[in-house]
Design a protein around this ligand. Structure first.
Ligand SMILES: [Zn+2]
Length: 267
């Protein structure tokens, strides 16, 4: 009797388990789909800085001193302002300080002749040479021009950083509609559709070391999620989809979700 009961119970138990398993799989799938959607949203909006101040460079203020005063990474200041060489900032220039809430005082650099009362004045060394003599750090800016290849042949019509009061997380490259959009490096496609408002047909490519590249406003995507591509593979056709005023590629480079200046990574 006991045996028969347990036998009779077995199918229903299995049914329940199956149904539970299916339910679990279903909710797991839903969570996965939701997770993927939110990942894309996080990729696009997460870790983005939307505020900052414009600091007007005064005499003797080096990029290193400015970054130090505002407690911001010099690399970040350099990328936001397209400054590949820290010696190339001029008095009067306005530098965007990402993340800052108010203007701060930046202690100017004093050349040795100013400190020693002009004893070495006749040498007439420029500020930069003087800086090196007194070991004023220039600040190290890293350029990885080898990391990515240009995704399309064209001209940069809009740079990375602040653009009339709004931030631009990538660069815009203008080229004829239908031009081949190439993978900037080898990697795996983690997104390919037009589900994110404004971006039109968009491809997101995941690379090693926490980097991703984003290709938006495409006329047509030629890859699907899960595809593995090599550097230079054609992944899309350039277009004008989403919020776009003319055919161009919106190209982003992100490391650990943080938008980076693509020009620092392109040859
Ligand atoms: Zn853009």
């Amino acid at each position: 009797m006991l045996q028969r009961n347990s036998l009779a119970e077995k199918p229903s138990k299995v049914d329940r388990q199956n149904s539970l398993r299916l339910k679990t799989q279903d909710s797991r799938l839903k969570a996965l789909v939701w997770g993927l959607e939110s990942i894309v949203c996080l990729i696009l909006i997460g870790c983005s800085i939307s505020h900052g101040v414009y600091h007007k460079v005064e005499k003797g203020q080096t990029l290193w001193r400015i970054a130090k005063a505002y407690n911001v990474d010099i690399q970040e200041v350099a990328e936001w302002n397209d400054i590949a060489d820290p010696t190339e900032i001029n008095t009067g220039e306005k530098i965007f300080i990402p993340g800052a809430w108010r203007l701060l005082k930046v202690e100017p650099y004093k050349a040795p002749e100013e400190i020693t009362g002009g004893a070495e004045k006749e040498k007439k060394a420029n500020g930069w040479q003087a800086m090196q003599r007194t070991e004023e750090p220039a600040g190290k800016i890293v350029l990885e021009r080898w990391r990515f290849a240009w995704p399309v042949k064209g001209s940069v019509i809009s740079p990375f950083g602040m653009r009339s009061g709004k931030k631009h997380d990538g660069i815009d490259i203008a080229a004829p509609e239908g031009s081949a959009v190439l993978a900037a490096a080898e990697g795996e496609i983690i997104h390919s559709d037009d589900s994110v408002r404004g971006y039109g047909n968009m491809v997101i490519l995941k690379h090693k070391e926490g980097f991703i590249t984003i290709y938006a406003h495409n006329e047509e995507n030629l890859v699907k999620t899960g595809d593995v591509v090599k550097r230079g593979d054609v992944i899309a056709r350039l277009g004008n989809t989403g919020h776009s005023s003319g055919p161009h590629l919106h190209f982003e480079v992100r490391k650990d979700r943080r938008p980076r200046n693509p020009l620092f990574f392109l040859p």
